[in-house]
Design a protein. Structure first.
Lengths: 137, 100
């Protein structure tokens, strides 16, 4: 990647956590990719919305609960988590069922702001269309 | 017979295949990613309520908890079991069909 070139990267998440390794692998790649100072966003579509539900408790399935890690994304300047409204609705969920993921805005006296942006399918289509690189999990 | 389903009904047709071939009086247990189908207000809720007129539907509690889904969000009539309950269901039924 040539120095000074900033591309728009989007990580597209469409699987629930824990049943397969996709969600965890996506998060790992997001964190690794954060070192490259690109314009990064995440999309949660379809069953991907279950990755960021609040109150996940994995003590009885013997797996690590990696959901708290999404709260750290803001520290890596990853502040755009797009969630498709239709995906929530189809699954009997609302934004209230999702974690309160926030970031500190350095351009606004480090005010805490929500990272999650619930958007319609049509709005998300526009966001996807504006990306340079799409990584799918 | 005990039928287990471990895939999300929003991604795969495992649950549909199961419901189509499970006879009345079956026990159907949703596990792993399959548990997301047990929530109230989804696009598949009516299929579950229809099935429960002749069969029983169970969901594995630990897999619900892992995905942040609380038991008060379940479709009415679905029973939560733990691992011990899973073993009981397997023992009570003559055979187990795992819809993958």
């Amino acid at each position: 990647m040539s120095e000074g070139t900033i591309k728009k990267f989007m990580y597209v998440n469409r699987k629930p956590p824990y049943g397969t390794v996709y969600a965890l692998e996506s998060l790992e790649v997001v964190l690794i990719g954060a070192a490259f100072d690109q314009d990064v966003s995440l999309a949660f579509i379809g069953d991907g919305v279950y990755q960021i539900t609040k109150g996940q408790s994995t003590s009885d399935i013997g797996m690590k609960n990696f959901s708290p890690t999404y709260n750290a994304l803001g520290d890596y300047d990853i502040t755009k988590l797009y969630v498709e409204q239709e995906s929530l609705t189809e699954r009997g969920l609302s934004v209230d069922d999702l974690m309160d993921i926030v970031y500190e805005d350095e351009d606004d006296d480090w005010a805490e702001k929500p990272s999650i942006r619930v958007v319609s399918r049509a709005e998300l289509a526009d966001v996807i269309a504006g990306q340079d690189i799409l990584l799918n999990f | 017979m005990l039928h287990t389903v471990n895939k999300s009904p929003f991604e795969r047709n495992s649950l549909d295949a199961c419901l189509g071939l499970a006879k009345a009086g079956s026990a159907i247990l949703l596990i792993e990613d399959g548990v997301v189908g047990a929530i109230k207000g989804t696009t598949i809720e009516s299929k579950l309520t229809e099935t429960m007129q002749s069969s029983k539907i169970y969901v594995l509690g630990p897999d619900l908890a892992a995905r942040g889904l609380s038991e008060d969000k379940l479709v009415d009539g679905i029973q939560v079991v733990d691992y011990g309950g899973f073993v009981d269901l397997a023992a009570e039924n003559t055979a187990v069909q795992s819809w993958l």
